[in-house]
Design a protein around this ligand. Sequence first.
Ligand code: AMP
Ligand code: GLY
Length: 444
Amino acid sequence: MNILVIGSGGREHALAWQCAKDDSVKNVYVAPGNAGTALEPKCQNVILQDTNGEHSAVIEFCQNNAIDMVIVGPEAPLVTGIIDACRAAGIKAWGPTAYCAQLEGSKTFAKEFMAEHNIPTSAYQGFTDATSAKAYIDEQGAPIVIKADGLAAGKGVIVAETIEQAHAAIDDMLADNKFGDAGSRVVIEQFLEGEEASFICMVDGNNILPMATSQDHKRAYEGDTGPNTGGMGAYSPAPVVTQDVHDKVMAQVIQPVVNAMNAAGHPYTGFLYAGLMIDKAGDPYVIEFNCRFGDPETQPILMRLQSSMVELVAKGLAGELPSQADWDARPALGIVMASKGYPETSSKGDVITGLPELDPHDTSAVKVFHAGTAFTHDSFDADTSTSHPKEVVTDGGRVLCVTALADSILGAQQAALAVTAAISFDGAQYRRDIGHHAIARKDS
Ligand code: AMP
Ligand code: GLY
C-alpha cells in the first residue's frame, strides 16, 4: 500500500511514522515533509507545487504513484477543497470537504453553526467596523476575547485582560490589518473560565471514533503566560476529561456536529477537533473547532495508539469506523522546541545538535518528532577535498516535539525533558512545565 501524507509539521511526522509501522504499507510519501520524515524508514519527501489552486499536483502525483490513501494534516488545503478535488478524481483522501472545513476556516460560520444546533459555546458578536466593535467591548467589559475571523495559525486570538488591550487588538486587526484578510472581520466573545482540553475524533459521516483525550499548552511561556502560539506541548490523556465529561462532550458537541452536517447534506468525514473549556461543574463549552488532528496533540496521542492508523483510516474511508481503538495505558507527553523569536518571528538555518540517532528497531519510549527542520545540502570543499555531510537545521517556528511515554505524566515529562536538554540549536526555547495541570492533580 502507498500513502501520501500532506503537510510538514510534527503532526505529519507522527502520522507518517504511524503509517510506516503497518506491514501492509510499502511507501509513505510526505509532501513537503521535513528532515524527520525524510529520515523515517519507508518514508520519503516529495514537493508538490499547487500552482493553480486546484490541487492538481497532488492528484497527478497520486495517479502516477499508485497512492491508495491520502491523509491531509493541515487546515489550509482542507479549507480550499483538497478532499473534494481528490474525490472528484477518484482518489481516496481522508479529511473533511471544504464545506465541513468551514467549521475551522471561519469563526463566524462556527459560531452561527453552534448557535443553530445548540452546541454550548460562549456568547459572541461579529464585527467588521472598529467603532462598533469598541462600543461592544465597552458595554461587555474585560476580560474579553478578540478573534480574527479567518485562519491565522493559532495566533489570531487575543485574550484581553483590560478594555485598553481589547481596543488595541481591534486596532491591530481591523484598522492596521495585522492578520491580513483573516482579520478583516473579528469575533468578540465572552471570556470562559475553566480548564482546557482537546477532544479529537475520527468521523466517517456517521460513525464516531474518539481518539485518546489530550490537552495542549497554547501560551508561549511557562505558567501559561505570554502570547498564544500553535501549541508549545501536549499530553494524553487529559485527566480533566472524566468519563462524565467525555459522555457530555459526545452528546452535546460531537454527535450534534455529525447530525447537523448530515442534515445539511454534507456528511462530516475526517478528523474533528473540538477545543473545549471545561468549567467547574464539568460542563464543556466549545472554544473552537478544527477540521484536522491537533498539533502538537497528535504526537502524544499517536505515541499511545496501538491500533493501526492505516487500518483506521481505511475503515473511515469505507464508512466502517469502529467505536473504539486500542491505546497504550501509559500517558504520553510532548515538549515543543521552538526557534528564536517564536511566535512573533522564527529562525531558519540554525544547526541542530544532540538529536538521538534514529534506529528503526528502537523500541524506547521517547521519540523526537520533527516540525520546522530541513537539511543543509552536501557541500564539497575543493581546497581540502573533503565533503561536509548534510546537517539538520531549523526551518520554522516550531522545530521539534520531544515525546515520551511513561508510567505517569510526571514520568513522561521528566523523560521528555531529559532528551530535550541534550538537543541544542541557537535560540532554542521550550517550556519545562508541560503537563502541570495534570501533575498538580493527585490522581495522575
Ligand atoms: P482558539 O484559537 O480559538 O483556540 O483560541 C486560542 C486560545 O485562546 C484558546 O486555547 C484559549 O486558551 C484562549 N481562548 C479562546 N477563546 C476563549 C474564551 N472565549 N475564553 C477564554 N479563553 C479563550
Ligand atoms: N494545538 C492546537 C491546534 O492544533 O490547533
